[in-house]
Design a protein around this ligand. Structure first.
Ligand code: NAD
Ligand code: DAU
Length: 348
């Protein structure tokens, strides 16, 4: 299979690319990524000599570039991760979220329709369902969409467009909606890596509001296996939820990290709450379990231990991300080569 992976230099996309190379070495992957502030080519550095992976720097909103890639590289399928993904940033400035998540997704859908790709896997989020009360049942795929942040609203719009392309044009779209991921390569603006790196550096850990908001946590490798199962075995036009069946309050997560890192709870600082903060997410994922034979393999304890170990053992990745040095990696490695050639290069 020839796969176009958008956003493959971000957290989940990079984990997905590594997992695909381990599982399907015969496939060919083209990673399309704009390398925004959270796109990091170093996340794919270890694949630098892999002839089955190519990297293209480009924006999913660029219709000509996307059409050219689908045509010249004969893509069979698209796995679409590229997005603005951070809720706090969407509260500060919603427009980039509309541009990439809504317009960019539509550009991709339109190009996929014209190129007649065999599968369009749209990676979405449980946040499109809104928020839950403490005793509400978890979100199912039938739960009406009720997004409450600009990020969630932009993702919900993109879900509607993806499913409209399936319905109207028969484009073989599959939508996945997952809960909170954690694991290697996550940009330290999100709760877990921020808390791990702050704890390792004896810096304060900012907990929003009362810290009693609940999220359902899933180790990123389990999510990537779910996306792969939906890509290869999902019904066209279907939605699949994924989650870890591991609901925890933010404060419980922060306590667990402090314990693993061996630092005191006195590092915690309660700070002003996020505007419009969703109180609880929980995901029912039995459709994926029954139809796709997918099951989360990682317990939260094992996943958290592995994640803390990864950040401890990759000080140079952490340092380059925290200092901003990672943003020069692309220029050092690619600028000349890209200018000279076809603008498709091996990673790393
Ligand atoms: P991320 O922010 O770490 O990575 C996003 C990637 O997309 C980056 O590499 C960035 O450079 C790229 N990108 C952004 N705008 C682009 C554009 N216009 N053109 C091309 N590339 C662009 O995000 P993530 O956490 O890895 O999330 C990936 C996807 O999974 C998103 O669609 C997100 O909504 C969804 N999701 C995330 C989670 C989670 O917990 N992180 C959970 C469920 C769903
Ligand atoms: O549910 C899936 C979603 O999970 C994804 O679609 C999003 O892309 C991803 O960012 C994540 O959204 P959240 O808003 O849940 O994740 P975040 O890591 O930003 O925050 C998790 C919780 O921790 C949330 O309740 C806010 C809180 N928080 C976050 C930060 C960054 C804090 O208390 N302090 C912080 O410093």
């Amino acid at each position: 299979m020839n796969l176009l992976v958008t956003g493959g230099c971000g957290f989940i996309g990079a984990n997905f690319v590594h997992e695909q190379r381990r599982q399907y070495p015969q496939d060919r992957l083209v990673v399309l990524d704009a390398l925004t502030y959270c796109g990091n080519l170093r996340n794919l550095e270890s694949l630098s000599s892999d002839p089955g992976v190519a990297f293209v720097r480009g924006d999913i909103c660029d219709a000509d570039r996307v059409a050219q890639l689908l045509r010249d590289d004969h893509m069979d399928a698209i796995v679409h991760f590229a997005a603005e993904s951070h809720v706090d940033r969407s509260i500060l400035g919603p427009l980039p979220f509309v541009q990439t998540n809504v317009v960019g997704t539509t550009v991709l859908l339109e190009a996929a329709r014209k190129a007649q790709v065999q599968r369009f896997l749209h990676v979405s989020t449980d946040e499109v369902y809104g928020t839950l009360g403490p005793t509400d049942p978890p979100f199912t795929e039938e739960t009406p969409l009720a997004p409450r942040s600009p990020y969630a609203a932009s993702k919900a719009a993109s879900d509607h467009l993806a499913l409209a392309y399936a319905h109207t044009y028969g484009l073989p779209v599959v939508v996945t909606r997952c809960s909170n991921n954690y694991g290697p390569f996550q940009f330290p603006e999100k709760l877990l890596p921020l808390m791990i790196l702050s704890a390792l550096a004896d810096q304060p850990l900012p907990v929003y509001g009362d810290g009693q908001q609940v999220r359902d946590w899933i180790y990123v490798e389990d999510h990537c296996r779910g996306i792969d199962a939906a890509l290869r075995r999902g019904r066209p036009g279907a939605v699949y939820n994924f989650g870890g069946r591991a609901e925890r309050t933010n404060l419980e997560m922060v306590h667990a990290i402090l314990e693993l890192v061996g630092k005191p709870r006195s590092l915690i600082r309660f700070v002003a709450d996020r505007l419009g903060h969703d109180r609880r997410y929980a995901v029912e994922c039995s459709r994926a379990e029954h139809e796709l034979d997918w099951h989360a393999r990682w317990s939260l304890d094992d996943g958290l231990r592995e994640t803390v170990r990864w950040y401890r053992e990759h000080p140079s990745w952490c340092q380059s991300v925290q200092s901003g040095e990672y943003r020069t990696f692309y220029d050092r490695n690619y600028t000349t080569r890209l200018a000279e050639s076809t603008e498709v290069a091996q990673c790393g």
